[in-house]
Design a protein around this ligand. Structure first.
Ligand SMILES: *Cc1c(COP(=O)(O)O)cnc(C)c1O
Length: 406
């Protein structure tokens, strides 16, 4: 049985691709007293986070913040814009795309799943040409929305959303574009307005470095218009009252006050570092992580270098090695959590998260834990991945962040 009073020395390494480690600065901000959610201080906090979060989505349109996990914001995107029986085109990039499709079915929509056959589809990004061809064939425009996952957390593949937009436009199709960037936001480049996304769904516990518990819908004018005639039952998630009350910094119900303190702090940290610097940091750490995996002689889950995820790396185990047994060993010996293989790739691979509160030394410690664990598990390694990652980091030196701050 788990002994809750047992405390191993040092920090636990939470290297799963969400929830990601929460910086002390955010934890402290969240410990402020819970205030009156109808009072004046709250209104100021509400306005600050509602405005700041738009910068992260790169939008000038409303972003709704729900006191719910990402799954709630998935449901909100669908029920606010669609009607029972509507056809929805979804794309199978991995486990999370599969869950969103199942939700669409449960809501009474008619999702159609595009994708490459077998496990191959779980190693590549969204094939925009397949979406274009399917939309061209839909000459009576029965498809009401195209739904894709930007950063597929189960595989470590980041799809090209601008290409999906171009595919929809090339087909001259009026379907809404809905994108899940629950694990991509604030780690991977994302542009809600520029890419013409109608609803973007995201969550708190990944790139924003917050605990789980709040999630988002960024809403285009076209999605807001679709909302006026949408017929799916939608009450708690309904955008209309929320967007109206958000104008003064308030919510129609009790919002998650302390998580909003955390969000306010997270926005200051991310915008203070600069979004582009945040993206570059993630790209660099991800490249170092891949250098390690390649040096070990292991295969990366993402098979297309053009869509490698800056957020996480999926590591495929050699035939006959149970990836979850390796994870368990690493957890028990080195107090580090890695992501499990989900769905079709369960037991075949594990996932290393390198997002949010992560720097060169966090990554190096993480890779050391992986390398020691792989050795203990008897997995044959070609060379030291730790050495390869250090070589990468020292030959791709980043701007010294402490010197810049001094
Ligand atoms: C984490 C995640 C979800 C699920 O979000 P919850 O907060 O667990 O409900 C959905 N999609 C993607 C891509 C995710 O990474």
């Amino acid at each position: 049985m788990l002994k809750l009073d047992f405390h191993p020395a040092g920090r636990h390494f939470l290297q799963i691709p969400g929830p990601s480690p929460v910086p002390d600065r955010i934890l402290r901000a969240m410990s402020y007293p819970t205030i009156d959610h109808r009072g004046p201080e709250f209104g100021a906090l509400g306005l600050k986070v509602l405005d700041g979060i738009k910068k992260i989505f790169k939008t000038s349109q409303p972003v709704v913040i729900y006191p719910a996990s990402g799954t709630g914001a998935w449901e909100a995107a669908l029920c606010n814009t669609l009607s029972p029986g509507d056809a929805v085109l979804m794309y199978e990039t991995g486990h999370f795309a599969t869950l969103w499709k199942k939700m669409a079915e449960n809501l009474g929509l008619k999702p159609e799943f595009l994708g490459l056959p077998g496990v191959e589809g779980w190693r590549r990004g969204v094939q925009a040409d397949m979406i274009e061809a399917r939309l061209r064939a839909d000459s009576n425009h029965s498809i009401k929305a195209v739904c894709v996952v930007h950063n597929e957390t189960s595989t470590g593949v980041t799809s090209d959303i601008a290409a999906v937009r171009r595919a929809i436009d090339a087909a001259g199709h009026p379907a809404l574009l809905m994108v899940d960037t629950i694990s991509g936001l604030a780690s991977a480049d994302y542009r809600h307005d520029e890419w013409g996304v109608d609803v973007t769904v995201s969550g708190s516990q990944k790139g924003l470095m917050l605990p789980p518990g709040i999630s988002f819908n960024a809403i285009s004018p076209k999605a807001m218009k679709a909302h006026q005639s949408a017929k799916l039952p939608c009450a708690f998630w309904d955008w209309t009252d929320i967007v109206e009350m958000n104008k003064q910094g308030y919510w129609p119900y009790t919002p998650n006050t302390n998580l909003l303190y955390g969000l306010s702090e997270s926005l200051e940290m991310i915008l203070g570092e600069g979004l582009d610097n945040v993206f570059a940091r993630h790209q660099r750490l991800a490249a170092a992580c891949r250098a390690a995996v390649t040096a070990w002689g292991l295969e990366i889950q993402c098979a297309d270098p053009a869509v490698y995820s800056p957020v996480l790396t999926g590591v495929i185990m050699p035939e006959g090695v149970d990836a979850d047994a390796v994870r368990k060993l690493i957890y028990e010996h080195f107090d580090m959590s890695l992501g499990t293989g989900l769905g079709k790739v369960k037991g075949r691979m594990f996932r290393i998260g390198h997002l949010g509160e992560c720097n060169d030394l966090t990554l190096m410690a993480t890779l050391s834990g992986c390398e020691m664990g792989l050795k203990l598990a008897g997995v044959p390694l070609k060379a030291s991945g730790v050495a390869a990652a250090m070589d990468y980091l020292t030959s791709h030196v980043a701007k010294p962040s402490l010197k810049a701050a001094a």
